[in-house]
Design a protein around this ligand. Structure first.
Ligand code: PCA
Length: 194
């Protein structure tokens, strides 16, 4: 059985909810497929994120899918690169590679999402904040600990409710569509193992 760790983030900055956690909670409310899914909610705090990620990755999952919200993005973004970089220009980890590039079948994931009518694209820059840190550290810890885990990061749009509360005109996507996207991607990755 394919074991997948799926993580989301807590609310941060002005956001009272985080679309990634809303989507993950929604997924667990209906998903009854064959994948063995473990879920985590991470704080938007670098030292705590490092500690929790390292402990979680020791459990040798087949895949780690990390979720975060990307305010303003109109589509789901499959992130291809994790950079060893913080917003202040310093590295996340000294004595670590400058970046890790995903070896997963992102094109195949994109095809499946598109076929399901879920607007998505491959992105080559996950920013320099905690989402990028989650992707970089996940790839690095997996490698350092000799785990088989392959990591993926999905940046999710805000939900319509978040935009309404915000009083802005940012793009949004419904939580059920976002949770369907997580399932589509998870199933596609797991298929490669069969
Ligand atoms: N989005 C932020 C951090 C947490 C989240 O959900 C980011 O894109 O880095």
């Amino acid at each position: 059985m394919t074991r997948i760790l799926i993580t989301a983030f807590e609310p941060y900055d002005r956001w009272k909810q985080n679309s990634s956690w809303l989507a993950l909670v929604d997924l667990t409310s209906w998903y009854e497929g064959a994948l063995e899914i473990s879920t985590r909610r991470y704080p938007v705090d670098l030292p705590k994120l490092r500690e929790m990620l390292e402990a979680d990755l020791a459990r040798n999952y087949d895949y780690a899918i990390h979720l975060g919200q990307a305010p303003g993005s109109p589509v789901i973004k499959l992130e291809s690169v994790g950079l060893n970089l913080r917003t202040n220009g310093e590295p996340l980890l000294v004595d670590a590679p400058a970046a890790y590039r995903s070896t997963l079948d992102l094109d195949g994931c994109l095809e499946r999402l598109t076929a399901a009518g879920i607007p998505s694209q491959i992105s080559h820059h996950a920013g320099t904040y905690l989402c990028n840190a989650a992707l970089f550290l996940s790839q690095h810890y997996g490698e350092m600990m000799g785990r088989r885990t392959q990591s993926l990061f999905l940046h999710l749009p805000l939900t319509p409710g978040q935009v309404a509360t915000d009083g802005s005109a940012l793009a949004s996507m419904s939580t059920p569509m976002q949770s369907a996207a997580i399932a589509v991607v998870s199933e596609h990755l797991a298929q490669a193992d069969r």
